[in-house]
Structure formats: C-alpha cells, structure tokens
Design a protein around this ligand. Structure first.
Ligand SMILES: [Zn+2]
Length: 245
C-alpha cells in the first residue's frame, strides 16, 4: 500500500531534487536577476557620467545611454547563451556516455551505483538492494545514474535561450534606470544620479536577502561601488573631454 502510494507520488513528481544539488530555494532566480540588473545599472550609469563629464549635449547622453543599454544587454545575452549552451553540451555528452555504458555493462554500472551509496555510509548489502530497485525501470536508470554520478537531472537541463533572454532583460532594466530621466526630458545629470543611487542601494539591499549581510550594509556597499565606478568615468570624461572637445 505504502509502496504503491510512493510509486504513484514519484510518478506524479519525477523532478525530485537530488541531495546536495538544491537550487537556492530562497530565490534561485532572484540572485542572478539582481546581479544582472546591477551590472546594467553600474555600467550604463558610469558610461553616461563619462560622457556628461566630457560636457556633451543631452541628446548625446541619451544616444550613449541607449547604445550602452543595447550593447551591454546583447553582450550579456550572448555570453550567457554560450556559457549555458557549452555547459549543456558537456553534460549531454556525459549522459550519452553513461547511456552507452549502461547498455554495454549493466552489471558493472549496478555495482558502481551501489558503491555510490556505500561511500555515503549505506551497508553494502542494502546499497546493492537500493541500486537494484532503482535500476528496475530502464527508463529511470539513466536518470538515477545522471543524478548520482553527474549531479544533474537529464530532464531538467538549463536552457541557453532562457538564460540569454533573462540576462538581456535584467541588464536592460538596470541600464534603463539612469537613462529614464533623460528620456523624460531631464537636461542635467542630477535626476539620473539620484535614481541610480536609489537603484544601487535597492539592489544591494535585495542581494542581502540572499547573503547573510544586513540590508543597509549591502545597500551602502553597492552604492559606494557604483559611485566609485561613475566617479572614475566622470573624471576620465572630464579630463579627456577637455582635450578633444
Ligand atoms: Zn553509472
């Protein structure tokens, strides 16, 4: 009876996370999203303060900000796509190797799986029984091996397109923040500066939810780092702008 219920449950929820490979349940998507937005905010804010330092017109600042947003978001998306796709291809090749090994040498693979549990402290006899039962269904055997030996769920590999798309959006949202006042007609850097400062502090404070730091420390640290980046580019723009302007 219990076994039937368990089997039924397992069939209903085939994506049980493997021990030791939990996603960050306290916001697995939150961390990369905030870092992506922060990246966009810092780089575009710094880019824009750089050209403002060189004393250019508002329309040039807007154009620079838009170009910075597009270039950065595309670059982040391309980088993320390549990174996730190559990782996925590597994992798929390993899964194929495992599939081949399972059909060639099922007994050796059974012993290998049992050894995984022995290494974790299960008695050898019981470990072999667990391995035998987990290998009863040929469709699930590969999944079990992939989980135990590679630490991945072959049915739930990360998508490079999703990774690329979310990186693009997060970067663009962050990069839009310093640009927004200019798009709405501002002619000085002050509104963009205030909005960016608020955004930096907010991003830092949100990241504190994932780290163990207090929100105000994390917020202030982010504000300081973003401020330094913008200060450096402003100074460069001011120095060089005076020479070439
Ligand atoms: Zn194996």
């Amino acid at each position: 009876m219990t076994a039937t219920i368990l089997e039924h449950e397992a069939g209903q929820h085939p994506r049980i996370p493997a021990a030791g490979h939990h996603r960050d349940v306290n916001g697995g998507w939150l961390r990369p999203a905030v870092f992506g937005a922060m990246d966009g905010l810092v780089s575009n804010f710094a880019l824009m303060t750089g050209v403002v330092g060189g004393a250019v017109s508002s329309s040039t600042v807007v154009l620079t900000g838009l170009a910075g947003l597009a270039a950065g978001a595309c670059s982040m998306a391309a980088g993320e796509y390549t990174s996730v796709a190559s990782q996925r291809e590597l994992v798929q090749a390993e899964i194929e190797a495992e599939r081949l090994e399972l059909s060639r040498n099922p007994h050796g693979e059974l012993a290998e799986l049992a050894q995984v549990y022995v290494d974790r402290g299960v008695e050898p006899e019981l470990a072999h029984e667990v391995a035998r039962q987990l290998s009863a269904d040929p469709d699930r055997t590969l999944e079990v091996h992939a989980r135990e030996e590679l630490g991945v769920d072959p049915n739930d590999l990360p998508s490079p397109w999703v990774a690329a798309g979310s990186s693009f959006v997060c970067f663009a949202v962050g990069a839009l923040l310093p640009l927004l006042p200019y798009l709405l007609g501002a002619t000085s850097l002050v509104p963009a500066l205030l909005l960016s400062a608020a955004g930096l502090f907010a991003c830092g404070a949100v990241v504190a939810r994932v780290t163990a730091r207090s929100w105000w420390f994390s917020g202030l640290r982010q504000l300081l780092l973003g401020g330094v980046a913008a200060g450096v580019t402003y100074l460069l723009g001011w120095l060089i702008g005076g020479q070439i302007g």
